[in-house]
Design a protein around this ligand. Structure first.
Ligand code: MN
Length: 259
């Protein structure tokens, strides 16, 4: 990028021809979290304890202590989250340039409305490239499903049925496609995890975690406002905590969208 490009971006932000969209869900005590079946350990919801609130413990200041999982709310999955990526990057080691890139938005909202367990296929990904052009280097693939509209109601968001959670995600072949595409840096979803709800029963289990994190790429969950993005042409900024040895981190995720 030339200095002119940055100047143009700054001017676009000032005159409204570039809009900033917040792709982050609100983080609070009621933010939904993943639920694993027995015997696996589960992550806590966010909770907080007051250190002071304009009282004897701090007469002029208010501050809290948080407890939350690395994988709570809108968050990034680092390669070391999964056994296939355990020798890869922690959150703090991710090169910052990988956290900024083109946003590729694959819209399957209609399909997911008809079938909440809809599985994204390699044909869907190839169809995107046929319509919008080849995926550019450094891209984040964002799976738009409409699921974000459920994000304030945990039961509807997790959508657990008698057979387990019913939520959309890539099939095994699409997970492999994403992990093997040289220009894909990360894969983001509106749901609680980067794999489909049924993916524990796939072969291999949780194929997006398995292939994508194993290939040194990143996951991004619980995104909001994907419907405000064009299919191509937006720029995403992913901002996890620089957490040393972190397997993941709550993240603020923004997009620059030309208007
Ligand atoms: Mn995670």
């Amino acid at each position: 990028m030339t200095s002119t490009s940055v100047t143009d971006l700054v001017a676009g932000l000032a005159d409204g021809s570039v809009e900033v969209i917040d792709l982050t869900q609100p983080l609070s005590e009621t933010t939904p979290v993943l639920v694993l079946p027995d015997p696996f350990a589960n992550t806590p919801h966010l909770s907080r304890k007051t250190l002071s609130k304009f009282d004897d413990n701090g007469p002029a200041w208010a501050w809290d202590v948080l407890e939350l999982g690395e994988h709570t709310g809108t968050h990034l999955d680092a390669p070391i989250h999964w056994i296939t990526g355990k020798d890869g990057e922690d959150v703090a080691s991710i090169p910052p340039g990988r956290l900024v890139g083109p946003a590729v938005v694959i819209d399957k909202t209609a399909e997911v409305a008809a079938d909440p367990g809809y599985l994204l296929t390699p044909d869907d990904l190839a169809a995107y490239e046929a319509e919008h052009g080849a995926i550019a280097p450094g891209s984040w693939i964002l799976f738009r499903t409409g699921w974000g509209s459920r994000a304030s109601a945990e039961a509807a968001f997790l959508n657990a049925g008698p057979e387990g959670p019913v939520t959309p995600g890539p099939d095994v072949a699409a997970a492999r496609w994403l992990a093997e595409h040289p220009n894909v840096v990360g894969f983001g979803v509106e749901t609680v995890g980067i794999d489909a709800g049924a993916a524990g029963g796939f072969d291999p289990g949780f194929p997006v975690h398995n292939f994508l994190l194993g290939a040194g790429r990143y996951g991004l969950t619980q995104l909001a406002n994907l419907e405000a993005l064009p299919a191509a042409g937006a720029l995403i900024v992913v901002a996890p905590l620089k957490l040393v040895d972190g397997t993941g981190s709550p993240s603020r995720v923004l997009a620059f969208v030309p208007r």
